[in-house]
Design a protein around this ligand. Structure first.
Ligand code: ZN
Length: 135
């Protein structure tokens, strides 16, 4: 499978504005986009760190996966996203190699990416995302 780099690291936060302040005022990074992804019931904020991004995730619905995650584990690292050249091919390859998929088909993510998640039970506890830039 053709993975080029870590596209982003997703971090679950209770409050986007408070978290943005830390990334901007302490780390000196700049939030370049805030986007709501209705599909995932989250509001996201993005920072660039080289080729990789930090994606902050705030839940917009108490029933969303991010709300549930924070309820169970508290704020913190939520997922690791790899950029892949062909998301459908990568998903198929992972499944063929016995990896449990959360998404069998790609969905629309933030920043116009096609995204899909692998199950953390198959990936040593790390919720893993594949991303492909839409053509
Ligand atoms: Zn993500």
């Amino acid at each position: 499978m053709e993975i080029s780099h870590i596209e982003h690291i997703g971090i679950a936060v209770k409050n986007l504005d408070t978290a943005i302040k830390y990334y901007e005022q302490v780390l000196g990074l700049q939030c370049y986009a805030i986007e709501e992804v209705t599909d995932q019931k989250v509001k996201t904020a993005f920072f660039k760190v080289g080729e990789t991004k930090i994606e902050l995730l705030e839940s917009t619905d108490p029933e969303s996966p991010i709300a549930k995650f924070i309820e169970k584990k508290g704020e913190g690292m939520h997922h690791l996203a790899f950029a892949t050249k062909d998301i459908n091919k990568s998903l198929k390859e992972a499944e063929d190699k016995g990896i449990k998929l959360i998404d069998k088909e790609p969905k629309s993510g933030a920043e116009g990416l096609d995204i899909a998640f692998l199950h953390p039970k198959s990936t040593f506890g790390v919720l893993t995302e594949f991303c492909e830039k839409k053509k």
